[in-house]
Design a protein around this ligand. Structure first.
Ligand SMILES: [Zn+2]
Length: 476
């Protein structure tokens, strides 16, 4: 992500507290007295920052999402759409279950089946609670089909930023970080449970629906067009999109063969997408630093509405109003650093944003702009008394995931690490980071262990100073 209005401060603590309270009564509980091996899957996956996000007891392998979307009527009609959808979810119980949850927020489930048998379910805030009969056996895959729908609006996160299925006048901008996939499909909404996806999105003829991965084709019947996309590379739910708008699709190929589809709103001035011109070269450059491009396709979505930020949605980042070159470099580098390797906990967000910040510095230097050293120096110009240094970036708090220090102190941390271990070792760490944790997640501790292993240096004091404490680093 880039471009959020990011500041330090006490934000929406009440909202976090409300989530914790909302969890009461829905946590893991013992199973039926008559069948002690069966338990209820928990309502959260165990992320301290977002207790209700994700769920325990299940491992989703694939989501097949069939969405029928009616955008808002022209102004002055309310900015509300209508979604009618079916999610077909392949999952594996990780233990014997007599009940399990999926995250679903603001939409109403109208039917649930498990392996074709209608199943009872209830909804509580943020959670779809499913009670399968027969009960689920550990490690035996099942297909859960949820029919659901409702009114779409413009959801906001605990900082007040738009996210999730954000209804626009001509469609929707869909960007889920950190836990808003649940605003448009039933989901185990945490990076720890990556899955593959298929999308079948039906919109009024003339509009274009753009999701992750490859465009398999589209078909128009009686004034409605269904757009079919598939994303066969594992993906964290916060990186899924199915944005809808007045898009022109531009198809071309990067110099290394990666197929690119850009979706650019027809109402935007051509300069709005000028920053996309070097995407192909950026893919080649980042592949030379971080290893082969990790997915089967790429491209951008540039919409004429605004979320207030850009997000690195997998294979297809989404931009608000304009795609600036430095932002494009940032979001593209996230495909390796954030998307192939995702944070194991939301507190590890600096590994996403610090790396993408540093990658954008590297691109600028490669492209003849500011050097990485000068970018580092400008971060370090902030005096020790500046509140910029008051955040512990390896544990920033749920309300500060996208605060400036997570990005800039994070980028500076990586530059300082490069100075400490040497460029050759630093980029070996980077490549090994991506290859070792590809299609998976990792934590700050994992990164420290890898850097220590590859450099052969004791880096404990280094990481303590840069990421585990507040205060301006003065020596390392
Ligand atoms: Zn970012």
């Amino acid at each position: 992500m880039t471009g959020r209005t990011r500041r330090l401060g006490v934000v929406a603590v009440a909202a976090v507290a409300a989530l914790v309270v909302g969890q009461a009564g829905a946590t893991a509980a013992p199973g039926d007295p008559g069948s002690p091996s069966y338990t209820q899957g928990s309502s959260g996956i165990g992320d301290a920052y977002f207790p209700l996000t994700g769920n325990g007891g299940i491992d989703v392998t694939h989501y097949d999402l069939t969405l029928h979307y009616t955008p808002p009527a022209p102004a002055p009609a309310p900015l509300e759409g209508a979604l009618k959808a079916t999610a077909s979810i392949d999952l594996i119980p990780t233990r014997d279950l007599d009940q399990f949850n999926l995250d679903l927020r603001g939409l109403t489930a109208t039917g649930v089946s498990v392996d074709g048998s209608p199943t009872s379910f209830t909804q509580v805030p943020n959670e779809l609670v499913i009670t399968p009969r027969p009960k689920l056996r550990a490690n035996r895959p099942v297909k859960v089909v949820v029919q659901y729908g409702g009114r779409t609006t413009r959801p906001t996160d605990i900082e007040g930023a738009l996210y999730g299925w954000v209804t626009t006048r001509d469609g929707a901008m869909v960007a889920n970080e950190p836990e808003a996939a649940a605003t448009w499909y039933p989901v185990n909404d945490h990076p720890l449970d990556k899955a593959t996806y298929d999308f079948h999105v039906t919109v009024p003829q003339g509009l274009v629906a753009v999701a992750n991965g490859r465009l398999l084709g589209q078909k128009t019947t009686r004034g409605w067009t269904t757009w079919n996309w598939d994303a066969p590379d594992k993906m964290a739910s916060y990186l899924a999109t199915a944005s809808v708008g007045n898009f022109d699709l531009k198809k071309y190929t990067a110099p290394n063969g990666v197929p690119i589809i850009d979706a650019i709103d027809r109402d935007l001035d051509p300069t709005a997408s000028a920053g996309l011109a070097q995407q192909g070269e950026m893919i080649v450059y980042f592949a030379s630093l971080f290893g082969p491009y990790p997915f089967n396709s790429y491209g951008a979505i540039v919409d004429d509405d605004s979320l207030g930020y850009a997000l690195e949605t997998q294979t297809r980042p989404i931009y608000s109003l304009r795609a600036r070159e430095s932002t494009v470099a940032h979001e593209l580098s996230h495909q390796w650093l954030g998307n192939a390797v995702s944070p194991g906990r939301w507190q590890d967000i600096w590994l996403n944003e610090g790396w993408a910040t540093y990658a954008a510095w590297l691109w600028a230097e490669h492209d003849g702009g500011a050097t990485t050293q000068s970018q580092f120096d400008s971060v370090m110009q902030a005096p020790a008394t500046d509140p910029f240094w008051d955040l512990e970036i390896a544990d920033p708090g749920a309300a500060h995931l996208f605060a400036d220090p997570v990005y800039d102190r994070g980028g500076a941390t990586l530059h300082a690490l490069r100075a400490k271990v040497g460029s050759r070792t630093f980029f070996r760490i980077a490549r090994q980071w991506v290859s070792r944790y590809d299609d998976s997640t990792a934590t700050t501790e994992d990164f420290e262990a890898l850097a220590t292993e590859i450099s052969g240096q004791d880096l404990e004091a280094f990481f303590d100073v840069w990421v585990h404490t507040t205060g301006k680093p003065t020596s390392w």
